[in-house]
Write a protein that binds this ligand. Structure first.
Ligand SMILES: NC(=O)c1ccc[n+]([C@@H]2O[C@H](COP(=O)([O-])OP(=O)(O)OC[C@H]3O[C@@H](n4cnc5c(N)ncnc54)[C@H](OP(=O)(O)O)[C@@H]3O)[C@@H](O)[C@H]2O)c1
Length: 205
C-alpha cells in the first residue's frame, strides 16, 4: 500500500507511519492452477512535512528513506491544498472542520447538534463548498477516528495488556494513549478495513 501521511512528524501520525513501514501482510493469488502465497513486507509512506529536517536524527526513518520505503515531500502538492487547508489551518476548530469535509466527500449526513457546528470558512455565504473540494460522496472508503484524551503511555494493545474499546456510539472513556491510537490506525487500515471503512468511531480504554 502507498500511504500519504499528513502530520506524521510526531505522535499519532508518526507512530502509525512506523507501523505501516514495518508491517508485513500476506496474500494469496491464483496463477492458472497454482496458488501463490506471498508476503508483502512493509508499505510505502510519503510524509507531507513543513520541515523535512525533523527526521535528520531519526535512525528508523532514515533507514526507510535509504530503502526507498519512505519519502519526504515539501511543499504541498496543489491538489491537496483545499483539504489540507481545512485539516490544520484552524487549530482550535480543526477536528470539526476535518470531519465536516470528510462527511462531505464521503457523502455522510451531518448533524450540527451531534457532530458539531459548522466551522467558518468551510462553506461560502451561499452554502457552497469553497476551494473546489471533490463532489459529495466521491470518497466511499473513509474512516474517521475520534479518540479520547491522549496520554503518552505505552501501546497496551501490542503487549496484550489492554485492548481499546472502539465504537460508533459514545464510549464514556477518558483516555487512550497516542501509541494505542496509532496501533488502531494501522490495524484498521491493514487488517480490518472491511470492518471499519465508512465509519466514524470513538476509541478509548
Ligand atoms: N490531545 C488530545 O487529547 C487529543 C484527543 C483527540 C484528538 N486529538 C487530535 O489528534 C490529532 C493528533 O494529535 P497528536 O498529539 O498525535 O499530534 P500533534 O502533536 O498535535 O502533531 C500534529 C502534527 O500535525 C502537524 N501540523 C500541525 N499543524 C500543521 C500545519 N499548520 N501544517 C502542517 N502540519 C501541521 C505537525 O507537524 P509539525 O511537526 O510541522 O508541527 C504534527 O506532525 C490532532 O489533530 C489532535 O488535535 C487530540
Amino acid at each position: 500500500m502507498n500511504i500519504l501521511v499528513i502530520g506524521g512528524s510526531r505522535n499519532v501520525g508518526y507512530f502509525a507511519s512506523l507501523r505501516f513501514l514495518g508491517a508485513s501482510s500476506s496474500y494469496h493469488r491464483m496463477e492458472g492452477s497454482l496458488l501463490i502465497a506471498a508476503v508483502e513486507v512493509g508499505h510505502t509512506v510519503t510524509f507531507l512535512l513543513r520541515n523535512t529536517s525533523v527526521f535528520d536524527n531519526d535512525a528508523d526513518v532514515q533507514q526507510y528513506l535509504r530503502s526507498n520505503q519512505a519519502y519526504l515531500v515539501v511543499p504541498l502538492p496543489s491538489l491537496l491544498k483545499p483539504v489540507y487547508g481545512y485539516l490544520i489551518a484552524v487549530p482550535h476548530r480543526d477536528k470539526v472542520g476535518v470531519e465536516r469535509v470528510m462527511a462531505h466527500v464521503a457523502g455522510w449526513k451531518w448533524n450540527d447538534k451531534e457532530d458539531g457546528e459548522l466551522v467558518e470558512n468551510v462553506l461560502d455565504a451561499q452554502g457552497r463548498w469553497r476551494n473546489g473540494l471533490p463532489t459529495e460522496g466521491t470518497l466511499k472508503e473513509v474512516l474517521v477516528i475520534r479518540p479520547a484524551i491522549f496520554t503518552d503511555g505505552d501501546c497496551l494493545a501490542e503487549s496484550g495488556k489492554k485492548m481499546c474499546r472502539v465504537s460508533e456510539k459514545e464510549l464514556g472513556g477518558w483516555t487512550v494513549s497516542r501509541k494505542d491510537v496509532a496501533h488502531f490506525v494501522a490495524d484498521a487500515a491493514l487488517n480490518r478495513w472491511g470492518e471499519f471503512k465508512g465509519k466514524r468511531v470513538n476509541i478509548a480504554y
